[in-house]
Design a protein around this ligand. Structure first.
Ligand SMILES: Nc1ncnc2c1ncn2[C@@H]1O[C@H](COP(=O)(O)OP(=O)(O)OP(=O)(O)O)[C@@H](O)[C@H]1O
Ligand code: SF4
Length: 291
């Protein structure tokens, strides 16, 4: 299926000439100039994959990197809202779709099915083959231009979307997956299954993040472990993969996600800031090793 076929199927794509600076190397495709591809995954829904994808991207961007985000959560695309990009339009050029630039400097770009739907209440009610075709289009036909990092936000579980994403990315040798869990045993169990998925599909695991790991009181800085603590670190030890850190529950983080604010820039003194920037730093160190 060609780009043109999809553009008649889905509204919201504008034909334009915005991509003069982003022509891809014809031989290698649109990901030719993307240095590191990172998937953000979890066996469980609602654990903070999109939040972490967004914040890791912002932290890498504030570290001076060019970053793209690909939202392959077809049924629940939440990143446009988190980056204040709802209602923006995807354009089309000779080499494919031009992603939406979130900032004026064009250092952070985003592609999401959210940009292709008529309205915010539209639902994607597709069977596997159509979802797979869409994911292949997202991976092969978005003209990302030069990026240091492409962060791929995935839906929960180990479904068709995951298999298609990993298969389509394989030729581009992704750096690996960041696994997100919450501290509870049920979430940790689901992430254990996700680790098995990575093993079976040959996807490296960059490390595990424990999100919503305690609540730091803004008044006295006391940490209450609302959902228990330590499940992520234990799982990392058990699986023999790096533990990337604990991100606490931070009301400023959820408020920023709701309002599309740049949390990393606006709240450097908040509870979640040190953990998020430390995760980005670990990713940068790991990327330096794999250049
Ligand atoms: N550390 C945190 N502190 C406070 N709120 C958080 C934190 N992490 C995530 N949230 C909030 O939890 C909710 C779910 O997060 P998010 O949408 O990122 O999860 P998800 O795993 O991507 O969900 P889905 O499985 O639906 O894709 C959001 O409202 C988000 O703002
Ligand atoms: S953590 Fe401390 S300041 Fe916060 S509500 Fe409890 S007692 Fe009060």
């Amino acid at each position: 299926m060609t780009v043109g076929d999809w553009s008649t199927l889905l509204s919201g794509i504008i034909y334009g000439s915005e991509c003069s600076s982003m022509e891809s190397t014809q031989d290698n495709g649109n990901l030719a100039n993307v240095r590191h591809i990172i998937l953000v995954m979890s066996g469980k829904g609602g654990v903070g994959k999109s939040t972490l994808s967004t914040q890791i991207a912002l932290a890498l961007r504030h570290a001076g990197k060019r970053v793209g985000i690909l939202d392959v959560d077809l049924c629940g695309p939440s990143i446009p809202r988190m980056l204040n990009a709802v209602g923006k339009e995807v354009h089309q050029c000779d080499s494919g779709w031009v992603p939406v630039y979130v900032d004026q400097e064009k250092t952070i770009s985003l592609m999401s099915i959210g940009f292709l739907l008529d309205g915010q209440d539209d639902a994607v009610v597709w069977r596997g083959p159509k979802k797979n075709a869409m994911i292949n289009q997202f991976i092969n036909d978005v003209a990302w231009g030069e990026l240091d990092f492409l962060i791929v936000d995935t839906p929960p579980g180990t479904s068709d979307e995951h298999i298609s994403t990993v298969q389509a990315l394989r030729p581009f040798k992704p750096m690996g997956a960041v696994m997100v869990t919450t501290p509870q045993a049920v979430a940790v169990g689901d992430v254990r299954r996700e680790l098995t998925f990575c093993k079976k599909t040959g996807l490296a695991v960059i490390g595990i993040v424990e999100n919503m790991s305690g609540f730091v009181c803004p008044y006295c800085s006391e940490c209450s472990n609302i959902f228990s603590k330590g499940g992520g670190e234990e799982l990392a030890k058990y699986a023999g993969v790096p533990f990337l850190g604990c991100v606490p529950i931070d009301p400023l983080l959820s408020k920023s996600a709701e309002e599309g604010k740049d949390f990393i820039q606006e709240f450097p003194n908040s509870a979640a800031y040190p953990a998020l920037t430390s995760i980005a730093k670990l990713i940068l160190e790991k990327a330096a090793l794999t250049i």
